[in-house]
Design a binder for this molecule. Structure first.
Ligand SMILES: [Zn+2]
Ligand SMILES: [Zn+2]
Length: 266
């Protein structure tokens, strides 16, 4: 029997297997969560595993993960899921804003022959957002750190549609937003002027959670090991293209408004 190119397991329990002749294929297994700490493992033909810790889903009260696993013609694997508490009607629950969605970080099987992406890429490059398609705000992102391989969950927001600039903290996964109409605010989709950005950064308060500094080119850091996950400094041109800002799912977005100028003549 031909060995599988992809095996999906929840902890030790096999959910499905895909053989080379079956790709491209889309499979839709429903998974029931029964306890905290369950891990979904996508194991390739070399035995390497992409493992997603589902704890944050369980902790939020979701008990059913309605998975969609697409294995494309080039052996890219795109898993995403709708979440329900009772296992019933996931599409209806999502449409009624009762359910949620989660996109699992895509990856490529060794059969693709494509070299692995360099670490630190943006969310479009990673296949977590698609250019020209708006990601529904009810869909969060289940990411795997390039460095420590641990799972963390991000909530994205479309900075362009909300007229915001976002900056990441120098120390942790903390995010500050401010109006994109403020003087010197860096502009989306255009290279930023370093001197304007420096003036803008100089007015910002320290991070309210850790005292770190908000800088335009700070990376988004893994909350576990603090290594860069979106590494703007090592990926020139990515910063202005990443029009989704992110914060840790369930965390807070720090909002900054400049102090009011004294009224002339006051
Ligand atoms: Zn911080
Ligand atoms: Zn990490």
């Amino acid at each position: 029997v031909e060995p599988p190119i992809l095996t999906l397991r929840l902890d030790d329990e096999e959910i499905l297997a895909v053989r080379a002749g079956e790709a491209p294929v889309a499979l839709n297994p429903d998974i029931q969560l029964t306890r905290p700490g369950e891990v979904l493992h996508f194991v390739d033909s070399r035995g390497d595993s992409h493992s997603y810790d589902l704890s944050s889903l369980y902790d939020e009260g979701w008990r059913f993960v309605h998975l969609s696993v697409r294995v494309g013609p080039t052996f890219a694997v795109q898993p995403d899921a709708l979440l329900t508490r009772d296992g019933g009607d996931p599409d209806g629950a999502f449409a009624r804003h009762e359910g949620r969605g989660v996109r699992l970080q895509p990856f490529t099987l060794p059969e693709s022959g494509v070299p692995a992406e360099p670490p630190g890429g943006g969310l479009f490059r990673r296949g977590l957002h698609y250019p020209g398609l708006i990601t529904n705000g009810g869909v969060s992102l289940l990411c795997i750190c390039d460095h420590c391989r641990k799972t963390f969950r991000l909530q994205s927001f479309h900075a362009g549609f909300s007229d915001l600039v976002y900056l990441y903290c120098s120390r942790g996964l903390h995010t500050l937003v401010a109006s994109s109409y403020l003087p010197d605010a860096p502009t989306l989709l255009r290279p930023a002027d370093p001197e304007s950005v420096a003036r803008f950064e100089g007015r910002l308060p320290p991070c309210g959670e850790c005292g770190g500094e908000f800088r335009y080119l700070n990376p988004l850091r893994c909350p576990h090991c603090k290594e860069p996950y979106i590494d703007f400094a090592n990926h020139p041109g990515v910063r202005e293209q990443e029009y989704y800002g992110n914060y840790l799912y369930g965390g807070t977005l720090q909002r900054w408004e400049p102090p009011q100028e004294p009224h002339p003549g006051a």
